[in-house]
Design a protein around this ligand. Structure first.
Ligand code: DX5
Ligand code: ZN
Length: 220
């Protein structure tokens, strides 16, 4: 199933609760929450207290993207804060298998994210263990960047890899996704679409509906 996961990195953080509620009412299935530590990526964003504060504003899937060094240190706390899906970067985990296992043990979904230049081969042994793979379509750290074109071919390669193994792993894409390029990305095989700057702005509900029209048109 195709789903929209608006990234609240681009939201008006002074009204975050209301904005998350608005996404929910407009039909976005997920809420994408970018956690940055100023180490794995240059920026700092938000963390546990913000997730706890917005949790009561939405029943949708809280899709927590951890751009932090050694996320294994915080899995329990993010699960307790209300994450439904925790995604960790392959590049930031010394023990990726153990970190994925810790997420699954909490009874929530586990994802693994790959930076643009990280090859799909890092998934060889972990793919059957994860619910979702996040292909970064920009270098992580900032909203509003342009999609790196070669990452679309990477999504196609991942789709082939998943099908060849008879798996049903979700493919999420994150960074530079707009109404003008989302169809190409869906055609490549992605089914969970993160969009930040293309959703937040003057007409949040309208932007969500325009994305959903494209995402849901493809489904049988
Ligand atoms: C980038 C973040 C993204 C970002 C996407 O490091 O992981 O989720 O918010 O923003 P846009 O859609 O504006 O590229
Ligand atoms: Zn993200």
């Amino acid at each position: 199933m195709n789903c929209l996961s608006p990234s609240i990195l681009a939201a008006d953080v002074s009204r975050l609760g209301e904005q998350v509620q608005l996404l929910d009412q407009a039909g976005a299935e997920y809420v994408h929450i970018d956690v940055m530590d100023g180490m794995f990526v240059p920026s700092l964003s938000f963390g546990l207290p913000v997730i706890r504060a917005i949790r009561p504003w939405s029943d949708r899937m809280f899709d927590v993207h951890l751009m932090i060094e050694e996320p294994s240190r915080y899995i329990g706390e993010f699960a307790d804060a209300g994450a439904d899906l925790i995604t960790v970067h392959a590049e930031s985990c010394t023990h990726l298998d153990g970190t994925i296992e810790a997420i699954k043990k909490r009874g929530i979904l586990a994802g693994v994210a790959l930076n643009p230049a990280t090859p799909l081969s890092v998934l060889d042994y972990i793919l059957p263990q994860v619910d979702m793979v996040l292909i970064m379509t920009v270098n992580p750290g900032f909203g509003g960047q342009d999609l790196i074109p070669y990452t679309i071919d990477k999504v196609r390669g991942l789709k082939r890899m998943i099908e060849a193994r008879g798996l049903k792993t979700d493919i999420e894409v994150d960074g530079g996704i707009r109404l003008s390029n989302v169809q190409t990305i869906l055609d490549a095989g992605a089914n969970i679409i993160v969009a930040g700057s293309a959703v937040f702005g003057d007409d949040i509900a309208g932007n969500v509906r325009r994305f959903l029209k494209i995402l849901h048109a493809q489904q049988s």
